[in-house]
Design a protein around this ligand. Structure first.
Ligand code: LMR
Length: 397
């Protein structure tokens, strides 16, 4: 039955971790998978999370099933963080939120919901976009089209080309937008660009589908949600996938959510019922541990303020690393300026290298990044910075 299936190559992002682990070079540098790292290169459990887990261990009395939509308090947390507590769409009960197995679960569930509602729907994705968007969306049978986003030669968003292409998107289309910390480029829309996208969506009738996996890693929790809130203010419908993998460091606990904004409260209930029915057919209900942590941290004032300060620490450390990396790279050569890295935000930026240069970095210097030269800036630290800058400059030759 299955014996004709061929061996596949490792995942282009997750596969880097195994290659890095197997590398015996003591100077090896991991800039691959997008996980936050400390100066010591660890990805620790946040203190607010450890505290919440200790409390859960004391208070949890059952492992019985959660409700189909997951942990109610976690869904409230996700929706309030994304839209803002007093957002009209929330008070009008136009938002249905379900907990999902991570941000990937939210994206896939959304794709299934969209395909169910409109099998002819097309999703427009940015060029480039996160590699895993493609299988997550196409597995549900949706057609993808691309809109230009990042100009590799000039290290900036090509907004004019993006807007021109999106003139082709209409009522059967959704446009996938990264709320903040664009993965893989780190280049985010400005507020005025979000406003222009909102106007275009209104005029053309397409539905924004927003992936917000890094809220709090760009400029701050509220600033990073600017686009989500603006689009929810001005449009009747919006699809939003969120994740607590990065901003609460809950990666393996798979704590995410899917929120759908509908034109009115009645329709929101109908969409929610359809979403839950699809989830029942996929995985029945989401895991509870991560979401219980989210609920407890968000609704306990001391834990919530501890979380905000830990999140600020992660964001500011990455911003500082961006500056340091630019300084080290610019100081070593005058062929190429790397200032753009400091203008970008979140975990990722492109170095702007060819596949051949990336391969040299891996084979000659044990420096790991995805083939498109995306680096996880959080993997840089005081111990590897000089070695890394030397290695990058050597492959520029
Ligand atoms: C990444 O882009 O590296 C992360 O989002 C991890 C993943 O699942 O790809």
């Amino acid at each position: 039955m299955l014996d004709h299936l061929p061996q596949l190559q490792p995942d282009p992002i997750l596969g880097l971790s195994a290659a890095y682990q197997n590398d015996t070079n003591p100077k090896k540098v991991d800039l691959g998978v997008g996980v936050y790292k400390t100066e010591a290169g660890d990805t620790p459990v946040l203190q607010c999370v450890a505290e919440a887990e200790a409390q859960l261990l004391q208070t949890q009395t059952s492992k019985s099933y959660t409700p189909p939509a997951g942990i109610t308090g976690a869904n409230r947390a996700a929706a309030e963080l994304a839209f803002g507590r007093e957002h009209q769409a929330l008070t009008d009960k136009r938002v249905g939120t379900v907990q999902t197995p991570g941000g990937c679960g939210a994206l896939r569930l959304a794709a299934e919901l969209i395909a169910h509602a409109n099998p002819d729907a097309t999703i427009w994705v940015s060029t480039p976009t996160w590699a895993n968007h493609v299988p997550l969306l196409t597995s549900a049978g949706l057609r993808l089209k691309e809109y230009p986003y990042y100009n590799f030669a000039e290290h900036r968003i090509d907004f004019d080309a993006m807007m021109e292409t999106l003139q082709q998107a209409g009522e059967n289309d959704l446009v996938l937008l990264h709320a903040c910390c664009h993965n893989p480029s780190g280049a985010d829309l400005s507020q005025s660009q979000w406003q222009a996208v909102a106007e275009l969506a209104s005029k053309q009738g397409f539905t924004p589908f927003i992936d917000m996996a890094y809220q709090g890693f760009g400029q701050g929790i509220d600033q990073d949600a600017y686009g989500v809130r603006l689009l929810a203010d001005t449009l009747p419908e919006l699809v939003l996938a969120t994740s607590f993998s990065k901003n609460l460091g809950l990666y393996r606990e798979r704590a995410g959510s899917l929120s759908v904004v509908s034109a009115n409260a009645t329709q929101a209930q109908a969409v929610l019922s359809q979403t839950l029915s699809i989830a029942r057919g996929l995985y029945s209900m989401p895991p509870s541990h991560g979401a219980s942590i989210v609920d407890l941290v968000y609704h306990t004032p001391e834990l919530r303020s501890q979380w905000k300060s830990e999140l600020t620490g992660m964001r500011e450390r990455i911003a500082g690393l961006r500056e340091q990396l630019v300084g080290e790279l610019n100081a070593r050569q005058d062929k190429q300026r790397f200032d753009f890295i400091a203008r970008e935000a979140g975990m990722f930026s492109f170095l702007g290298l060819s596949v051949a240069q990336v391969t040299r970095l891996k084979n000659e210097f044990s420096v790991y990044m995805t083939d498109n030269s995306r680096i996880n800036v959080a993997g840089v630290n005081a111990h590897n910075l000089a070695y890394l800058a030397d290695a990058i400059v050597k492959v520029l030759d």
